[in-house]
Design a protein around this ligand. Structure first.
Ligand SMILES: [Zn+2]
Length: 354
């Protein structure tokens, strides 16, 4: 049994409680990880906004850490290894069981959840723990487990964008910037960033966007069509609002009968309600598809992201635009993200390697 600290979502509408939780000893397929750093992701804001979200709950799903104990069936990492904690099964096959739920005790009662990283230690299924190159910093790499894999993965893993193809990205926050970076790595011929905020657009340009569209000033769909002679090969929605889902469909190019299919709208953000799409836009062979976790296999893909980071192609240090020194800063971190103050991604650093 280990006592650690976590940010606990105790009651809807209240700040998170940074309080003690107790973790049992690892079962056969569980790994105990002392966390170095965790990102703060928009999907946790969605959880905090839901009055019907079950409580108490532990949140967060991207982190780095060091293995402090591993169950006897765990073979891919061992005590002392640096790791990434993610929410995507590391090596899923049709035979792989769903990751077992992460067990913890809070104020005398037992609970479980898929995973959490707003805590100083986590006991989690081995499926959600991926080895990390010990040579890279453990702070900025914390965003690989969600922001990077979701954004870069949507381009490389889901859409499979090819050299020279055109891309538009609607919403260039933490995930959208990773779509931009992924499109640059893929060699996209044009990378059009669309957002309501000039500062965010400027930042997207630093990461590889070739054209900037401020959707509060111009018609974003028309602007994308004008820049690309009728629409892009791929339009990504990193937000998941009705308006952006409609825009990505319309901003993709129509197909040419007998010559080529239409472009693809790729939904990366998580919609929070029902949405109406214009079905006539599908007739010229446009596609609308979702991307979850960048269709990734973390055991191979995360090593590739780290390699790109080391080469400078994936500038995680630039993408992390705010660092907090402690888990105690969590409520401030949530407030700042909510207020739109975070240009890229924010992280909390709990500890440094010895
Ligand atoms: Zn996330």
């Amino acid at each position: 049994m280990l006592t650690t600290r976590a940010a606990v979502y105790v009651k809807h509408g209240n700040p998170l409680d940074v309080d003690e939780i107790e973790l049992p000893d690892p079962g056969d397929e569980e790994v105990l990880v002392k966390l170095f750093a965790s990102g703060i992701c928009h999907s946790q804001l969605h959880q905090l906004h839901r009055p019907d979200h079950p409580t108490p709950a532990l949140l967060g799903h991207e982190a780095t850490g060091v293995v402090t104990a591993a169950g006897k069936s765990v073979t891919h990492v061992r005590e002392g290894d640096r790791v990434i904690v993610t929410w995507i099964p590391r090596d899923a096959t049709p035979e792989t069981p769903r990751p077992a739920r992460a067990r913890y005790r809070f104020r005398g009662q037992d609970y479980d959840t898929l995973s959490y990283t707003w805590a100083e230690d986590v006991l989690v299924s081995e499926q959600l723990v991926v080895p990390l190159d010990p040579e890279v910093p453990v702070d900025v790499t914390a965003i690989i487990g969600c922001a990077v894999v979701t954004g870069v993965g949507a381009v490389i893993g889901t859409a499979k964008v090819q050299q020279g193809e055109t891309v538009a990205v609607f919403g260039v926050g933490g995930v959208g910037l990773n779509v931009v970076a992924g499109a640059k790595i893929a060699g996209a011929g044009r990378i059009i960033a669309v957002d309501l905020d000039d500062e965010k657009l400027k930042f997207a340009e630093d990461l590889g966007a070739t054209d900037l569209v401020n959707a509060s000033k111009v018609n974003a769909v028309e602007a994308v069509q004008d820049l690309t002679n009728g629409g892009v090969d791929y339009a990504f929605d990193a937000i998941g609002r009705e308006i952006t889902m409609q825009q990505i469909l319309e901003a993709t190019r129509p197909g040419t009968l007998g010559v080529q299919h239409g472009g693809s709208a790729v939904l990366v953000g998580i919609p929070q309600g029902d949405v109406t799409l214009n079905a006539r836009l599908f007739t010229p062979e446009r596609t609308f598809r979702g991307s979850l976790g960048g269709s990734s296999h973390p055991m191979t893909d995360f090593a590739q992201y780290v390699a790109w980071f080391k080469q400078g192609a994936l500038p995680l240090d630039k993408m992390v635009t705010r660092q907090y020194d402690s888990l105690d800063d969590i409520n401030e971190g949530v407030r700042a993200l909510e207020a739109g103050e975070i240009l890229g991604r924010s992280i909390m650093v709990y500890a440094r390697p010895d």
